[in-house]
Design a protein around this ligand. Structure first.
Ligand code: G6Q
Length: 549
C-alpha cells in the first residue's frame, strides 16, 4: 500500500519531470505579481522566495508533502514534551527556554517553566552584579573580561550572537571565546588578559568534553599561579547539567547555572549557555533575543503551512536536495556582524540532519541534510562567487541584510545593499549570449577575438536565491532569525523521518581521540592499528623527539 508521504513524493517527482528546464526569466515574465505571490512578511521581516526555481504548483505539492509527513502533529509532539529525540530518549524543548507566555510547558506532566524562570532570574542577578562592578575578583577589582570556555553547541551560538550584537556592548566589558584544545587558542587569549579582572565561564552540558576540560584546567592554573587557589571562587562560574562534575572541578553550586537534558547543545544558546551573551550585552538584551525567538515560535506553531516561514524554507530545501539534486546550501549575510552565522547554521543543520538512517533504523531513501556553508557578502563575491555564477554546481543561497546600519559611516550601507540586490539579480537572470556579443562589440571587439570570449562571458542564470531583509540587526531580530532556521531544520527532519536531535557522529570523535592519546607519550608502546595511523604516530614521535642527528 502506498503511504501518504510516498504518494506526495511521487507527485513531486512527476511535477519535476513535467517542469523540465526551469527558467526564472520565463517565470517572472509570465507573472508580474511573482514577487508578491512568493514573498512572506512578518512585521519588518521580509522573506522573498520569488527567485527560487518553483511555481505555485511546486509549492502546493511541497505543502502536501509536509502535510502527509504530519509536520503539524510532530510540531505539537515537540511542544508537548514528548520524547521525539528517540535514540537518546529525550524530549526536545528548547522552545520552553524562550517561552514568555503564562501557559505551562510540561515534561512527563510536570511544568518545566518554574525551573526555566528560576535560572533566568539567577542569570539576571549575576550578570547585573558583574556589569555594575559589584561582583569583585579576588583582589577586589571588577571584571573587565569574560572568557567562555566551551566548544560546539557550548560555543558557536553564544559566540555568533555576541559577534552579531557587539555594537550594543559596552567597551569596558569584553567577551572572548576559547573552544579549541589547541593551546594556541587559549594562550593567545590569556596573553591579552589580567587574572585579577578576568571571569571564566566553563560552559559544558556534560562537563566531560575533553577540549573544554583541558582549557578549563589550564585557565585555572593560569589564575591560581597568579592569585592562589582561593581565587577560583571569584573567577570561575560554570554552565552545565552535571552538578557533580562542576563541584569536583572546584566550582560550588551557587556559581553554577543549570540546564536540562532536553536542551540539545546546538539549541542551547537560549539556556544558561547564553550567559556570556547576557554578561556582554546585559540581561535585558538577552531577554529581547528570547522574545524574538518566541515570536518566531508562535508564528511557526500557528501559521498555516502555506504561509509558514520555517516550513516554506524547509520545503524549498527539500525540493533542491531531493528533487533537483543540489547538495549544498550557502548562507550569505550581507552584514559583517553575522560573520559567524554560517558556522552556527552549519552546526545546527549538518549535525541535526546529517543522518543516513530513519528514526526506526531503516536507511533513508533520499538524500538528507545538505552541506551548509557561507561567508559574509561582499567578501564572498571576491572569492567563491565565481563558482556560484558559472560553476557546474548549483548552490541555492540565502542572502540576508538589515535595511539600516548601526554605525555612522557614510557611503557604506547603500553599496552593501546594492551588491546584495545585484547578486540576486545576476544569479537569477544571468547574462545571455546576445547581450554578451553586444557588450563585446561595443568595446570594439570583433571576429575571432570576440568569438573566443563569448562563452566565458555568458552567465546561465537560474541560480536560486532567497532574500531575507529586516529593518535592523537587533536582539529581537536575531532571535527571530535563529529560531526561523531551527524550525526549518526541524521540519526537514520530520519529512526525512530522521532523528534531528541526536549526534552520534560527534560522540564518536569524543571516544576516538581518548583512545589514541596515551600512544603519543614518548615511552608508550602504541596499540596495534592500521598501518597508516601506526605510521603517522611513529612519525610524529620522531618529529617530536627533535631534529635528526
Ligand atoms: C551539539 C553537540 C556538540 C556539543 C559539544 C560540547 O549539539 O552535541 O556540539 O555541544 O560537543 O558538548 P558539551 O557542552 O557537553 O561540552
Amino acid at each position: 500500500m502506498t503511504s501518504a508521504p510516498d504518494a506526495a513524493w511521487r507527485a513531486l517527482e512527476r511535477h519535476r519531470t513535467e517542469l523540465g528546464t526551469i527558467s526564472l526569466r520565463r517565470l517572472f515574465a509570465a507573472d508580474p505579481n511573482r514577487f508578491a505571490r512568493f514573498s512572506l512578511v512578518l512585521d519588518d521581516l521580509l522573506i522573498d522566495l520569488s527567485k527560487n526555481l518553483i511555481t505555485a504548483e511546486t509549492l502546493s505539492l511541497l505543502v502536501e508533502l509536509a502535510r502527509a509527513a504530519e509536520v503539524e502533529a510532530w510540531r505539537e509532539r515537540m511542544w508537548a514534551g514528548e520524547r521525539i529525540n528517540t535514540t537518546e530518549d529525550r524530549p526536545v524543548l528548547h522552545v520552553a527556554l524562550r517561552h514568555r507566555g503564562p501557559e505551562p510547558v510540561t515534561v512527563d506532566g510536570r511544568d518545566v517553566m518554574p525551573e526555566v524562570r528560576a535560572v533566568l532570574e539567577r542569570m539576571r542577578a549575576f550578570t547585573t552584579e558583574v556589569r555594575e562592578g559589584r561582583w569583585r575578583g579576588a583582589t577586589g577589582r571588577s571584571i573587565t573580561d569574560v572568557v567562555n570556555l566551551g566548544i560546539g553547541g557550548s560555543d558557536l551560538g553564544p559566540q555568533m550572537v555576541c559577534t552579531a550584537l557587539a555594537h550594543l556592548a559596552r567597551p569596558d566589558l569584553r567577551v572572548h571565546f576559547v573552544s579549541n584544545v589547541d593551546g594556541a587558542h587559549l594562550a593567545a587569549t590569556l596573553a591579552r588578559l589580567a587574572p585579577e579582572t578576568t571571569l571564566f565561564v566553563v560552559a559544558s552540558k556534560t562537563f566531560a568534553t575533553q577540549e573544554t576540560m583541558q582549557n578549563a584546567a589550564s585557565a585555572r592554573a593560569w589564575l591560581t599561579d597568579a592569585l592562589g587557589e582561593a581565587a577560583v571562587a571569584r573567577h570561575f562560574v560554570a554552565v552545565s547539567t552535571n552538578e557533580a562534575a562542576v563541584r569536583a572541578f572546584g566550582i560550588e553550586p551557587d556559581r553554577m547555572f543549570g540546564f536540562w537534558d532536553w536542551v540539545g547543545g546546538r539549541y542551547s544558546l537560549w539556556s544558561a549557555i547564553g550567559l556570556p551573551i547576557a554578561l556582554f550585552l546585559g540581561f535585558e538584551r538577552f531577554e529581547e533575543l528570547l522574545e524574538g525567538a518566541y515570536a518566531m515560535d508562535r508564528h511557526f506553531r500557528t501559521a498555516p503551512l502555506e504561509a509558514n516561514a520555517p516550513v516554506l524554507l524547509a520545503l524549498l530545501g527539500i525540493w533542491y536536495r531531493d528533487l533537483l539534486g543540489f547538495s549544498t546550501h550557502a548562507v550569505l549575510p550581507y552584514d559583517q556582524r553575522l560573520a559567524r552565522l554560517p558556522a552556527h547554521l552549519q552546526q545546527l543543520d549538518m549535525e541535526s540532519n546529517g543522518k543516513r538512517v530513519r528514526r526506526d533504523g531503516r536507511p533513508v531513501e533520499r538524500p538528507t541534510g545538505p552541506i551548509v556553508w557561507g561567508e559574509p557578502g561582499t567578501n564572498g563575491q571576491h572569492a567563491f562567487f565565481q563558482l556560484l555564477h558559472q560553476g557546474t554546481e548549483i548552490v541555492p543561497c540565502d542572502l540576508l541584510a538589515a535595511a539600516l546600519p548601526d554605525h555612522g559611516l557614510e557611503g557604506h550601507h547603500d553599496k552593501l545593499l546594492a551588491n546584495l540586490l545585484a547578486q540576486g539579480e545576476a544569479l537569477a537572470f544571468g547574462k545571455d549570449e546576445a547581450t554578451v556579443r553586444a557588450e563585446l562589440a561595443a568595446k570594439g571587439l570583433s571576429g575571432t577575438a570576440l568569438e573566443a570570449l563569448v562563452p566565458h562571458k555568458i552567465f546561465p542564470g537560474d541560480r536560486p536565491t532567497t532574500t531575507i531583509l529586516f529593518r535592523r540587526l537587533d536582539p529581537f531580530t536575531l532571535g527571530r532569525l535563529i529560531a526561523l532556521y531551527e524550525h526549518k531544520v526541524f521540519v526537514q527532519g520530520v519529512i526525512w523521518e530522521i532523528d534531528s536531535f541526536d549526534q552520534w557522529g560527534v560522540e564518536l570523535g569524543k571516544e576516538l581521540a581518548a583512545g589514541i592519546l596515551p600512544d603519543l607519550a614518548p615511552d608508550a608502546v602504541p596499540k596495534p592499528r592500521d598501518s597508516s595511523t601506526t605510521g603517522l604516530i611513529a612519525h610524529l614521535r620522531r618529529l617530536r623527539a627533535g631534529p635528526p642527528g
